[in-house]
Design a protein around this ligand. Structure first.
Ligand SMILES: [Zn+2]
Length: 170
């Protein structure tokens, strides 16, 4: 099912039992916590589907893809980062169930039968953010800090030679 907008929550059991699939846009206004860290650009997408092996855990798997604008930590100019990730959630209905969950799965606690879809997606998006966003190459005239210590006092040996030559020539 393609949706114009991703629902805030889903009926967890129904989504799993019907092996439903849902995809939709990542709308910036729905991800306020993320927006405090980076600017989510329009055009991002998410797709998730429900599945369950007989007697196995309830699994939601899928993909996320979006672009986010952040501040380059080298030149302090805006930089657009592409964020891509895959989702592998194991739905659990209690804390005890969480402890016995397959370690390959990220536990998502179901509250009152509902999977809080956007909140879970937002958690994934936050994890995809780079700690040090940077341009591949900054072209804004960024110059590294000068080496510590004052080196301007020391005359270069070439400058000394040049001045000697000048003296001899005169
Ligand atoms: Zn930069």
């Amino acid at each position: 099912m393609f949706s114009d907008t991703l629902p805030e929550h889903l009926n967890a059991n129904r989504f799993i039992d019907a092996k439903e699939e849902i995809s939709g846009p990542l709308e910036p206004q729905h991800y306020k916590r993320f927006s405090e860290m980076a600017t989510l650009l329009p055009g991002g997408r998410a797709k998730v589907r429900g599945s369950r092996d007989p007697f196995g855990p309830r699994v939601v798997s899928g993909e996320l893809q979006c672009e986010a604008r952040m501040t380059c930590q080298r030149c302090l100019q805006p930089v657009t980062m592409t964020l891509e990730g895959s989702v592998r959630w194991g739905l659990v209905f209690s804390e005890t169930e969480m402890q016995s969950l397959d370690k390959q799965l990220d536990p998502i606690l179901i509250e009152e039968g509902q999977l809080l879809l956007r909140q879970a997606i937002e958690d994934e998006l936050v994890l995809l953010l780079p700690i040090m966003p940077m341009h591949d190459s900054c072209d804004s005239g960024w110059i590294p800090d000068p080496e510590p210590g004052d080196v301007s006092e020391k005359e270069s040996p070439f400058a000394v030679l040049a001045s000697l030559k000048n003296e001899q020539g005169s």
